[in-house]
Ligand binder design. Structure first.
Ligand code: CP3
Length: 357
């Protein structure tokens, strides 16, 4: 066989970065959104001993929880254990996660002055535990995994921190745009701090981007994400690095065009996306990530998971730049045997460039 890039053996970190740069790899890199969390018995054991908010702000725990899925499954990437709501929490919005209710803030924002009353974002003062853990993770992982930093999109974070969010968009658009712009500036600083602490790549979670129509997306979410993408690229270039950026959105099938317009390097697509249509539209523009169904991972047997994973890999075969992942996150009751079957199947996949397109 010729010495094409596809026949080269990649380290996990190089494999992830090559796929994000739209190159064919020996086999696709694989990781799972929400891999660090409740489906792992070793996470639940720690969770029983600690308050969740303390876990989110203790460097040793952040490091340990981030590494747990990598130790068990040998994923090609490690996502740091943090949360998209860390930023508003550390700016002074008291937060707890309540069983059955999700995120509960002490207060929500109604006006521009409510935003101005928050602390200005300062990474060194507000997230030193995160940057310390990222430095430890980078030193620990070396080339054995790509290290993923992340943030929520301004739109998705705003959906949690604004009072009557959807009414605000219609009745008070200037206030919402003000908050989105301020969140964008803070998010850029937050991601710069992660870049300086050793992450290889970033993901923006636009989990609630699907509330928008294709016509509205750029105005309310995509335009702010594009500002973030451009700022990250400019910063990376200044320090002589390349930091690929992935955009995740649940309803990607409906919003593919506006997602492309954000200039993200990788689009993470949902399970409801038609792979053939998506790859035809995205080829030569972006790498793709996804799109295994979280419910199959939850409910099927390991051999059914392996079969469904093979089908998905076949559908993505030959796509220049593909990262195997779920369409959304790992669900809390997912059996570890199923995650094992998913990762193993991807790792034993043949060179995808050998399959015809
Ligand atoms: O492996 C990983 O991805 C771990 C890091 C991570 C967490 N949250 C830890 C967490 C990541 C990437 C997130 C992202 C996040 N947080 C999103 C976007 C991704 C998505 O799924 O759409 C969103 C919308 C949030 C906000 C959030 N965090 C909510 C609404 C909740 C409560 C509901 C829930 O899922 O439990 C959380 C809590 C949370 N964040 C947990 C974890 C492991 C569970 C807390 C627990 O153990 O009780």
């Amino acid at each position: 066989m010729s010495a094409s890039s596809s026949s080269t053996r990649f380290t996990p970190r190089a494999r992830f970065l090559a796929a994000a740069a739209r190159q064919i790899t020996d086999h696709p890199p694989v990781w799972l959104m929400r891999q660090a969390g409740r489906h792992l018995p070793e996470y639940r054991e720690l969770r029983a001993q600690h308050d969740f908010m303390a876990m989110l702000s203790t460097p040793d725990l952040i490091t340990e929880i981030s590494l747990q899925p990598w130790r068990r499954y040998k994923t090609d990437a490690v996502i740091v254990f943090a949360d998209i709501l860390l930023l508003p929490w550390k700016k002074g919005m008291g937060l707890k996660f309540v069983e059955g209710q999700g995120a509960v803030f002490d207060f929500l924002l109604h006006t521009q002055d409510d935003w101005r009353a928050l602390k200005p974002f300062d990474a060194a003062a507000q997230v030193p535990f995160l940057t310390e853990s990222l430095r430890t993770l980078r030193a620990t992982l070396q080339d054995d995994a790509a290290l993923i930093g992340f943030a929520g999109s301004p739109w998705t974070v705003a959906s949690y921190i604004c009072a009557s969010f959807e009414e605000m968009k219609i009745q008070n658009p200037d206030t919402l745009h003000f908050i989105l712009q301020q969140l964008t500036l803070d998010t850029i600083q937050y991601l710069f701090a992660q870049i300086e602490s050793g992450i290889d790549t970033l993901q923006i979670f636009d989990s609630w981007g699907g509330l928008l129509t294709a016509e509205e997306y750029d105005t309310w979410s995509g335009g702010y994400i594009r500002q973030i993408v451009r700022a990250v690229k400019e910063r990376a270039q200044k320090i002589g690095r390349t930091i690929p950026l992935t955009l995740f959105l649940k309803d990607s099938h409906r919003l593919l065009e506006p997602m492309l317009a954000t200039e993200a390097d990788v689009l993470s697509i949902g399970y409801e996306s038609d792979i053939a249509l998506t790859r035809a539209r995205c080829k030569n523009h972006v790498a793709l990530q996804g799109n295994f169904h979280s419910d199959i991972l939850l409910n099927a047997t390991p051999s059914e998971v392996a079969r469904a994973t093979e089908q998905m890999l076949q559908a993505f075969a030959g796509y220049p730049g593909y990262i195997a992942n779920l369409g959304h996150g790992v669900l809390p009751k997912t059996p570890v045997e199923n995650v094992e079957a998913f990762v193993k199947t991807v790792h034993s996949a043949k060179d995808s460039s050998l399959c015809s397109e």
